[in-house]
Design a protein around this ligand. Structure first.
Ligand SMILES: Nc1ncnc2c1ncn2[C@@H]1O[C@H](COP(=O)(O)OP(=O)(O)OP(=O)(O)O)[C@@H](O)[C@H]1O
Ligand SMILES: [Mg+2]
Length: 423
């Protein structure tokens, strides 16, 4: 049957392989095309059989499932991997997803869970592949004729810093902070700064910077990022008059699922090679792409507000961050609208989450909303406001430069008050 889902089973225990094959044998739309007893055998069989789905055990003697997944993702990219493990910990999940797995099943699982996962992953992959094919065949907006704006490699060897702006609850001010932080770092600290809108579904960065939604975005880069290092990254970055470069989120929400952890990783590595600072406006959902960003980040600015739901989510996030091995230096807590009198004091928050807030940003609805509606960052339109000064202090801290007012930025090659200092 043409539409059968071809599955390769990989497990070192013969009984498990037989059991899985039997379970799947009842499904008319699924065909088990082979069973491998090790990671190495899986690589050989997958290259020959070209399965749609590889059901991969994590713990195997010679080459474990994570190493095999990494190799398979590049050697047989059309095969989608569903990981199986008795360990359901966040670390296993994270490592599997970063290696390129599409789904993670914790053993023991029911036959329903298994077949549902296989069908879902198969459908998602097919949709993804057909969209990539369409994108590759469609010339992107004017890029063919546009002269590439090349950014010279940074003169220092050190890679730039990646700063993720995250918050486990929506609406806490991540985009507002990310945009103004980027502008402050570029205009006041002379940092070659790139702002990435990683709110891949509903990115707002373009709105705050008054950019045309028809501009190029990360969606145009996906075909290149799927296969390796992007060669024309510069072409997709927008030079904004505020002194920063911007990589926008895709123009439509359904494109977000094309952005996988390996895509995100390659994008950020390439950006940090040509910028001092890469500021990433993250989504609030804690999925595999968010984890890939947080993993790579040097600093995670974790935003919270004086609301009970925000505080509860921060507490949960700090536990996960701990499990993922992020040190307390990497996670910096930023309390936004710190002075809004909602009946909760900063000290109460600190007591409740068991750690101190590292930075605070005042509430200033007038400056912030006025700037938002004009599409001009408040850091430019209201440079003297307290909220702008708070942002600058935070920018200095994350960029590793001297505090505001000091003439000498600490980073090599940085020039004060120069727009596009690197061009
Ligand atoms: N310091 C501040 N003072 C006053 N208003 C603020 C401040 N920071 C953010 N806001 C306002 O809070 C609202 C949410 O901000 P923003 O869109 O930046 O949050 P977000 O976390 O990115 O939200 P989303 O979950 O939609 O991505 C906006 O209306 C913004 O203008
Ligand atoms: Mg936002």
């Amino acid at each position: 049957m043409a539409d059968q889902i071809r599955v390769l089973i990989v497990d070192d225990i013969p009984e498990t392989r037989d059991h899985l094959a039997k379970l799947l044998g009842f499904e008319t739309d699924i065909e088990v095309v082979g069973a491998a007893a090790s990671g190495r055998e899986a690589l050989e069989m997958a290259a020959q059989l070209l399965p749609d789905i590889v059901l991969m055990d994590i713990n195997m003697p010679d080459m474990d499932g994570i190493a095999a997944t990494e190799r398979l993702s590049s050697e047989v990219p059309t095969a989608a991997i569903v990981m199986m493990s008795v360990q359901g910990e966040a670390d296993y999940l994270r490592r599997s997803m970063l290696a390129g797995a599409r789904e993670f099943l914790v053993k023991p699982f029911s036959s329903d869970e298994l077949t549902t996962s296989i069908r879902q992953v198969y459908t998602r992959e097919r949709e993804k592949l057909s969209r990539i094919a369409v994108q590759a065949a469609t010339p992107t907006n004017g890029t063919a004729a546009a002269a590439p704006t090349t950014v010279p490699a940074r003169d220092d060897e050190e890679p730039g810093r990646i700063v993720a702006v995250f918050g486990p609850k929506g609406g806490v001010g991540r985009t507002t902070l990310a945009v103004n932080l980027a502008v402050a770092a570029a205009t006041e600290l002379g940092q070659r700064t790139c702002l990435v809108d990683a709110s891949f579904q509903f990115g707002d960065v373009g709105v705050l910077l008054n950019l045309n939604p028809k501009n190029k975005s990360i969606a145009d880069l996906i075909p290149e990022l799927e296969v390796g290092e992007p060669e024309s990254l510069d072409t997709f970055l927008i030079n904004h008059s505020a002194g920063i470069r911007v990589l926008l989120a895709p123009p439509s929400p359904e494109m977000a699922e094309l952005i996988t952890p390996p895509v995100v990783k390659r994008m950020l590595e390439a950006l940090r090679a040509t910028h001092d600072l890469v500021i990433v406006d993250c989504m609030s959902s804690f999925n595999d792409t968010t984890i890939a960003i947080l993993d790579l980040a040097d600093t995670v600015l974790t935003m919270l507000s004086l609301e009970i739901t925000s505080i509860k989510n921060i507490r949960l996030f700090l536990e996960v961050a701990d499990q993922l091995g992020y040190g307390s230096d990497k996670i910096r807590l930023v309390l936004n609208r710190a002075d809004s009198s909602l009946g909760i004091r900063v000290a109460d928050v600190e007591h409740s989450i068991g750690r101190r807030v590292d930075h605070t940003i005042v509430s200033d609805g007038r400056s912030v909303v006025y700037a938002l509606n004009r599409g001009v960052p408040f850091f430019l339109s209201n440079r003297e406001a307290q909220v702008s000064q708070d942002i600058l202090r935070l920018a200095s801290a994350v960029a590793g430069t001297n505090p505001a007012g000091s003439a000498e930025p600490a980073r090599k090659g940085a020039q004060k008050k120069s727009l596009f200092a690197w061009r």
